[in-house]
Design a protein around this ligand. Structure first.
Ligand code: LLP
Length: 414
């Protein structure tokens, strides 16, 4: 479902006209649709119906408490990568017993925090991490449930910055080393071998690489079973892509089908860790045009959002569709949509045809994932407000930052 549609020439979020949100909360402002989030979660749930499965939302995609809380209430688990994300999940009412802790660089403090909370599983990514976890679990009188994250060396065919399952990536344990590391884990007194994990990359549009990776994981699971190591769960990661421009990602069910086909007759619990697929198209970034500037070569629409608010265009040259909130507002021209930050890389879209005037609102689409979550305070820009829409109602779920908050932890010296 697309919750961002025009009604009477005005772009709305569900039942709320975007100009109303801008008037109430200012711009730039992230706007999310509750119905869209939940519809996407439901698509995963249905695709996995009848199986012992857990959908662990990847918190890094969008970690606003209100969003985590919606998923927690829908029954989701969570994939976290830091102690901070664990704290957010707990504050949002998430169940630690449904949390998987991923990441290549877990600190001792983060491990202690996760052990004390009783997370479902640590996805361990190196031999040293396994030894450290065993020691810390012993010190705290606990046993740590683990999965080894294996690196299946499969090309996910996506942007190189978001490929994670190639041999050359820093992620996971090399496929060839995983068996021996499981044997080592079996020797460790404070480690409970629970499962296996794998995640090959993000914004994946073709299900074949994920299915290939699942096949490799299953071969290892069988090899381990022969050695008497019986795994209880398979975590097949996240990565399912969405439409930003003209991509045609498969439905969730179609994407998962070739993976699930390989799991027929298996007893292990199945986990997925989707992030973008749940929230990406459930959010937009609402921004106002400060100035239109007609240069010699190009026209610029200078807006009040910038690369610090939405980094994806600057960082990955990512495309986000941009819509005028008011339809048919005059003659169309081609604009570079840029922010006020002092970098030439500060753009939100190149060569966009828009019919707009100064003061108009624009909606940057597909901004629900890795938008606010990757924002920064560069140029001492307070981060945007966040609003969650539910039908005809809108709720401020994160207030706009104030400059004095940005330097509150700083001191001057004599
Ligand atoms: N699980 C693990 C272990 C991950 O590393 C990630 C994402 C996910 C799950 C969720 O992936 P998703 O379903 O959202 O594709 N900043 C980049 C994306 C980085 C993804 C990092 N890992 C972007 O804006 O495209």
């Amino acid at each position: 479902m697309n919750p961002f549609v025009y009604r009477n020439g005005i772009l709305c979020a569900e039942g709320v006209p975007l100009p109303q949100i801008a008037a109430e909360h200012g711009t730039p402002c992230y706007v999310y649709s509750r119905a869209a989030l939940l519809a996407r979660y439901e698509a995963f749930r249905q695709a996995l119906a009848g199986r012992d499965a857990m959908i662990c939302y990847a918190v890094k995609a969008n970690s606003n408490l209100a969003i985590l809380n919606q998923f927690a209430r829908a029954g989701a688990g969570f994939d976290i990568v830091s102690g901070g994300e664990l704290a957010r999940v707990l504050a949002a009412g998430g169940d630690p017993a449904k949390v998987v802790f991923s990441g290549v660089g877990k600190t001792a403090d983060e491990m202690r925090q996760a052990l004390a909370s009783g997370v479902f599983c640590f996805n361990v990514e190196s031999a040293e991490e396994l030894e450290r976890l065993n020691e810390l679990a012993g010190e705290s009188g606990r046993t740590a449930p683990i999965a080894l994250r294996v690196n299946p060396d499969v090309d996910p065919k996506t942007h190189p910055y978001i490929s994670t399952g190639l041999r050359s990536n820093k992620f996971g344990v090399a496929y060839a080393d995983a068996f021996a590391l499981y044997l080592r884990a079996r020797e460790l007194p404070h480690i409970d071998i629970a499962g296996i994990a794998c995640h090959i990359g993000s914004q994946l549009l073709d299900p074949a690489p994920a299915a290939e990776a699942a096949g490799k994981v299953l071969a290892l699971v069988d090899q381990l079973a022969d050695a008497g190591i019986i795994l209880r769960h398979l975590d097949l990661g996240g990565g399912i892509g969405i439409r930003y421009r003209d991509e045609t990602p498969p439905d969730v069910a179609d994407y998962l089908a070739p993976i699930l086909a390989q799991l027929a007759g298996r007893k292990e619990k199945i986990l997925f860790e989707p992030g973008r697929a749940l929230v990406g198209n459930a959010g937009i970034l609402l921004t106002r045009i400060e100035y239109l500037k007609h240069g010699e070569e190009k026209n610029f629409a200078i807006v009040d959002a910038a690369m610090n608010d939405l980094m994806r265009p600057a960082l990955y040259d990512a495309w986000h569709d941009i819509l005028a909130v008011r339809q048919d507002a005059g003659a169309e021209a081609e604009y570079e949509v840029v922010g006020p930050v002092c970098e030439s890389g500060d753009f939100l879209g190149h060569a966009r045809r828009l019919a707009v005037a100064s003061g108009d609102l624009l909606a940057i689409l597909s901004a629900g994932a890795y938008g606010m979550a990757m924002s920064s305070n560069y140029n001492t820009r307070p981060r945007a407000a966040e609003v969650l829409v539910d039908g005809a109602k809108s709720f401020l779920v994160r207030g706009r930052e104030r400059p004095e908050q940005l330097f509150a932890l700083e001191t001057v010296i004599d």
